[in-house]
Design a protein around this ligand. Sequence first.
Ligand code: ASP
Length: 574
Amino acid sequence: MKRSHYNGEINISNLGEEVEVLGWVSKKRNHGAIVFIDLRDRTGIVQVVYTDSDFALDIRNEYVLHVKGKVLKREVSNPKIKSGEIEIKASEIEIINTAKTTPLIIADETDALEDTRLKYRYLDLRRPKMQHFLDVRHQVKIIIHQYLSDRRFIEVETPNLILSTPEGSRDYLVPSRIHHGKFYALPQSPQIYKQLLMIGGIERYYQICRCYRDEDLRADRQPEFTQVDIETSFLDQDEFLTLMEGLIKEIFIKTIGYEVKLPLRRIPYLEAMDRYGSDKPDTRFGMELFDLKEILSKCSFTGFKDVEAIKGIKVDKVASTTSRKIIDNLTLEAKKFSLSGIVVLKMENNELNGSFTKFLSEEEKRQLINISGAKNDDIIIFAGGPKNRVCPLLGAIRLNYARQLNLIQPNTYDLLWVVDFPLFERDVESGQITSSHHPFTRPKDEHLKYLDSDPTKVLSYAYDIVINGYEAGGGSLRIYNQDVQKKIFEVLGLTKEDLKRKFGFFIDAFEYGTPPHAGMAFGLDRLMMILTNTDNIKDVIAFPKNLAAVDPMSGAPQSVDESQLKELGIKIEE
Ligand code: ASP
């Protein structure tokens, strides 16, 4: 099939030329004897004019056409499309294929339900916006390949059928036919393999790879997603982060023309929690948390007597609109963070109002106003309790208000590193210690001494890159000393048998000359969301799953034939 030009690329410079184009009918209008057809391909739309209206009667939306004709100037141009100044006067139109009426309108603005869009994803993908998303995604991948190859990285593929990886989520399992009762896991990430590649002397590895995590889905999470997975040998944290932020800078400038200023700020985890109540703070607006423990632990409200933290935020100019219902909702929010309540005080006529003021002396009120900087019509919100609940609660409220009050300027970018994450977390219910990142993360040298006495105090060489309040990637320096690694497994409570079964081969490998190494993984899908300014991860993935982890198009997951199960030695329990 001959094509001389792409539709969106024909313009005034082609006037008078004979062209041949291909594409789908986006719209057809009959004007008496003349027919106008908007013909769409990947690059855009071109207007085709045809005078054989009898023939054109048969042409309908989404038919596939081959058009020959001459480029003419339009009488009235359409500035909304790239080829808007010209049209093609068709001498010949061939209908290559017909199409049924589509269940969704093929245009950027669509009112189709998301499940309809996913069910007919191949039609949804014809929408220019979706094509743009996929195009930017491809550009980003090229930039990544180029940047990393230029710096002596090589892409190495790692297996998809593996032993379970220790990233802390639930694995997708694949039953083995040959070994009944045994399972492969799909990788949550190539973590172990990339570290083995460092032991294998590769020194600089990357891979744009699929990862699989069987978790509850959210707007920014999919069961299978793409990581830009990276590992390097012999670099310290500073050298590594510098290399990585260079990559991000390159991606931003080349895709959206935004100049990222380097070096990026580095905020220690504890400070991020303290000031923003989040380990992925959006710092494009203020409303920082302030500390009220000093002032309020001695007030007459007994609930604040022995709490670990009392933190507050001030929200400007909402006192008059803060209803009982809003306050009740804030209390509900507090309950979600396992806190019994939250206090809201309004600043009105130069004084603090709210039922909680009965617990406050004049001096305490004065200090509260002082520390918060509250002015008339502002509100102060605060809560007391364990730090790891109080800070995230206020962080979440801070973010909600910023969205509600439009405090975030559109098209602004805020990039930073959060560093020095705690090595371990303690599960609130079970009291069990788990790795915050994964068990190969290197503890800070100066904190090794707390490993026995107070492991939750140990900070690590772990870092996340945070963009506009999204965790766009994360990684760490790795442990390369076997004794430290064994100690960490011990603190995590892994038995000798567990260790041998899960990590035996890995621990063995460390005994053959392991270089110091460091790495990280960027979430490509999240990065794409930021670059294309969408808050729905499905927009940047060609064939995503819905929130129930179902693919409405193919119907996966589905039951399989009894014979297939039999081969695998599997019986389904009703
Ligand atoms: N494997 C880690 C992750 O997927 C990243 C890393 O430590 O490199 O989050």
